[in-house]
Design a protein around this ligand. Structure first.
Ligand code: TXA
Ligand code: MG
Length: 351
């Protein structure tokens, strides 16, 4: 299959024929790569079980891992949910459209293929104009996981989507680089107490400020027990990982720099290619084959935005071993470290 990449502008007039083309593909059961404000998505018709099956196949993703249903209007919620609790209404008013996914008890309209067999459904209303135009042109209910191949870093540009999906889908809509760079915050609203399943740019503090008590799923912070079952099934898989072996080095900043330099020197002697994920502030301090700044510690959103593309760069530049500083920055730190720790397969060196 030939994969076309076509530019969108976020302007209904200029995008009309592209959205018509994309909408036709979705309605005929095909998949389309789309920009959102968080990361690029691999979109299919959420109400068509065959589209969901195609999504799992294109990503190489286990089919017990449920998909998020994307809507463009709040009125669309009714058809796919069994009930919307009052606290969910408060979060919707505060954060939709935007990078927040809420899990509800589902209605019969959502096929089990889309929800990985669960009796709940995850729903999100993106704020990105291109995503919203696309959802409306495509029937209003779009299943869209992140557009990466399963296990790889999520896609923050249309080029990344092409890297992973070339030959597998007919169309990628290019909306330029995404604004946020990490996937949406996920909160389960289906139980008695709301529970954070995946941290994102909308932080736990922002949620608690609106609705009070919010639990944190144990899979987010600790290392999961082999037999434990995280509530967001996706969180149990190795994820976001570059091909090279990634280690996080944490501790006193000066000692981190010297430990990483020491390891790079010894790896280099063995003929291995080394990479470092530094901050803007420390990038000149490292001696490795590849040194990439993820962003400035004074600007946490810059780190969130660049993380996945820097991990992909390490693949492009063939790093065998990659060492990263810890980015436990205010605000976005929980979300950034959640992705980085999984990308490293929980390999952390303390100095
Ligand atoms: O920002 C985002 O959310 C992006 C963009 C494309 O919208 N999408 C995204 O989808 O990150 P995905 O499929 O890569 O991650 C969805 C996560 C998975 O960990 C999945 O297990 C969880 O959401 N999830 C989906 N439905 C769920 C449900 N009913 N209950 C619990 N977890 C669910
Ligand atoms: Mg994903």
């Amino acid at each position: 299959m030939d994969t076309k990449v076509k530019k969108a502008f976020g302007d209904p007039e200029r995008d009309r024929s592209l959205m018509e083309e994309a909408g036709k593909l979705i309605k005929s059961g095909e998949l389309v790569g789309i920009p959102t404000e968080t990361v690029y998505g691999l979109a299919g018709d959420a109400l068509n079980p065959e589209s969901s099956a195609k999504i799992y196949a294109a990503k190489g993703r286990p089919s017990d891992n449920p998909l998020i249903v994307h809507i463009a209007e709040k009125s669309a919620l009714k058809k796919i949910t069994a009930s919307v609790p009052e606290k969910a209404e408060i979060l919707i008013d505060a954060f939709w459209p935007g990078p927040l996914t809420l899990v509800f008890r589902r209605s019969g309209a959502v096929p089990k293929e889309t929800t990985g067999g669960l009796d709940t459904v995850a729903v999100r209303m993106p704020v990105n104009d291109i995503a919203r135009e696309f959802i409306l042109a495509s029937g209003g209910y779009i299943a869209a996981p992140s557009a990466n191949s399963s296990g790889r870093p999520s896609c923050t540009t249309a080029e990344h989507v092409l890297e992973d999906m070339r030959g597998k889908i007919p169309l990628i809509i290019d909306g330029g680089e995404v604004g946020i760079g990490l996937e949406s915050t996920i909160v389960d609203m289906s139980g008695d107490i709301p529970c954070l399943l995946r941290p994102g740019i909308i932080s736990i503090d922002m949620l608690r400020e609106k609705i009070g008590e919010v639990d944190i799923d144990p899979s987010i912070e600790g290392v999961m027990d082999e037999n434990a079952r995280p509530k967001a099934p996706g969180m149990k898989y190795k994820h976001y990982a570059p091909r090279g072996e990634l280690y996080i080095v944490k501790g006193d900043p000066e000692q981190v720099i010297s430990e990483i330099n020491k390891r790079c020197a010894s790896d280099g002697e063995k003929g291995l290619r080394t990479g470092v994920l530094s901050s803007e502030e420390t990038k000149d301090r490292y001696r490795a084959d590849i040194v990439e700044s993820v962003g400035s510690r004074k600007d946490p959103p810059s780190i969130a935005k660049n993380l996945f593309s820097v991990l992909r760069d390490m693949d492009r530049k063939d790093a065998d071993l990659i060492y990263s500083e810890e980015f436990d920055v205010p605000g976005a730190g929980m979300a950034i470290m959640n992705r980085l720790v999984r990308a490293a397969g929980h390999k952390i060196i303390e100095v």
